[in-house]
Design a binder for this molecule. Structure first.
Ligand SMILES: Cc1cc2nc3c(=O)[nH]c(=O)nc-3n(C[C@H](O)[C@H](O)[C@H](O)COP(=O)(O)OP(=O)(O)OC[C@H]3O[C@@H](n4cnc5c(N)ncnc54)[C@H](O)[C@@H]3O)c2cc1C
Length: 403
């Protein structure tokens, strides 16, 4: 065969990677791959809302582990996120409402400056989006994928508006409900926690002390995460009906109930923003790979927020994918060859599964109600709290070291 068609075929598509989903994980993937020298397009269904300093803190915040901060720093976006608004936390205090057993984590005791940062989702997403253009990422928004077909040297995308696109690799970072995962025929496993997380930002009588507080109550954990402005962001996991009731309370009643639920650890709750709630489920994709396609972030794994690790796992997916693709390119291989994608998929699938199952186990153990089991849980927690080397390993794992 000769002529322009065979020439185009030999060269392959102009795009190396099409990333679908421009949330924190997809946007970080697009930027990381573009910075590594790949030709990247990012397709997102909804234009992200701009982040503005003068506006109320976004209701959705995440605890960023040091591994996530390191990735964002390597992409040259961390300094502007930190300078905009990020609350460091240096301590963590977790306690059990039923038996009083507590465990403490302290950065200084481990020779660390901090354990992580509490940051608004839309600040991270917006900062990444602003960096995409300069990095040469082609942004298509609003854009949705209607279907795709893998070919010998490319994956062909049909867009909902009738357009089309071809790339060597399709990266699905389209969230927990991932339409691309469904189109690829990848099943998920897991369970519905039948809980919702009620979130709000609250002003408290006493300072948060740069501490992430978490109290395990019979209905689910209540976390108070330290914001940069001195308030705390709550993530209160509750059974569905309880969450609906708490959402419907007036502010005064909500503050009173929250004070009791938090054991008045930060004193009375003096003020609150409006509340929102998010359904909680454990959902793991059975595999992270299909022909010329990989799953990333919540499209691959959705976990209980009790460990505050969801986006951190997603950003570890990003770092791993970038490293695997860079290595494949250096070896002159097709970046979407099955054996290349398998390396990414295997490593991340086993690491994420281990973490997700670990968080699920914690949720199950803290749901125990029978007195002997509650007492046994207390013994176990006190034991762990006294074991400095184990705590050191837990901190290092949460920080993303060696995972
Ligand atoms: C209450 C709560 C508290 C949490 N706290 C923490 C925490 O402290 N620490 C932590 O690490 N994690 C936390 N998480 C988890 C974290 O928020 C998620 O893991 C993270 O937001 C997932 O990011 P993502 O980019 O993978 O997915 P998403 O943020 O869901 O982004 C997916 C994107 O894909 C787009 N999209 C969807 N379908 C299409 C389509 N067909 N075409 C184009 N675009 C599409 C969507 O518009 C969206 O922008 C928490 C979660 C909850 C619910």
């Amino acid at each position: 065969m000769s002529g322009p068609r065979s020439e185009a075929r030999r060269r392959g598509p102009a795009l190396d990677v099409a990333v679908v989903g421009g949330g924190m994980v997809g946007a970080a993937a697009a930027l990381a791959l573009a910075r590594a020298g790949f030709a990247v397009a990012l397709l997102e269904a909804r234009e992200p809302a701009p982040w503005r300093a003068g506006e109320e803190v976004d209701l959705r915040v995440v605890g960023l582990a040091p591994s996530s901060v390191a990735l964002l720093d390597s992409l040259d976006v961390w300094t502007s996120i930190r300078q905009a608004r990020a609350g460091a936390y240096r301590h963590m205090h977790v306690w059990d409402a039923q038996n009083g057993a507590a465990i403490d984590f302290d950065a200084a005791a481990e020779g660390r400056d901090l354990l992580g940062y509490i940051v608004e989702n839309n600040l991270v997403q917006w900062t990444l989006w602003r960096a995409l253009e300069a990095a040469g990422v082609q942004r298509l928004c609003p854009a949705e994928v209607a279907g795709f077909a893998a070919r010998e040297d490319r994956i062909q995308l049909d867009l909902a508006d009738g357009g089309a696109l071809a790339a060597r690799l399709l990266v699905a970072a389209d969230g927990a409900g991932s339409p691309l995962r469904a189109m690829a025929g990848i099943a998920t496993r897991g369970r519905d926690y039948a809980q919702r997380a009620v979130v709000a930002h609250v002003a408290t009588e006493r300072p948060h002390g740069e501490t992430a507080w978490q109290r395990f109550l019979p209905g689910g954990p209540l976390a108070l995460l330290p914001l940069a402005d001195g308030r705390s962001s709550i993530v209160w996991s509750l059974p569905e009906a309880e969450a609906a009731r708490v959402l419907a309370l007036d502010d005064r009643a909500f503050r009173d109930e929250l004070g009791v639920a938090s054991d008045f650890r930060l004193g009375r709750i003096l003020g609150t923003t409006p509340r929102a709630a998010f359904p909680l489920r454990l959902q793991l994709a059975e595999r992270y790979q299909a022909e010329r396609l990989v799953l990333l972030g919540d499209a691959a794994h959705a976990v209980h927020p009790l460990a505050g690790q969801g986006v951190n796992l997603g950003l570890r997916d990003v770092a791993e994918l970038r490293d695997v693709l860079v290595e494949a390119r250096a070896a002159g291989r097709d970046i979407a060859a099955a054996h290349v994608l398998r390396r990414y998929a295997r490593r991340r699938h086993s690491a994420d599964t281990l973490d997700a199952r670990g968080f699920d186990l914690l949720a199950r153990v803290y749901a125990w109600q029978s007195p002997p089991l509650v007492a046994a849980r207390g013994l176990g927690v006190r034991l762990v709290d006294g074991l400095a080397p184990l705590k050191r390993r837990l901190i290092a794992h949460a920080a993303g070291e060696g995972s």
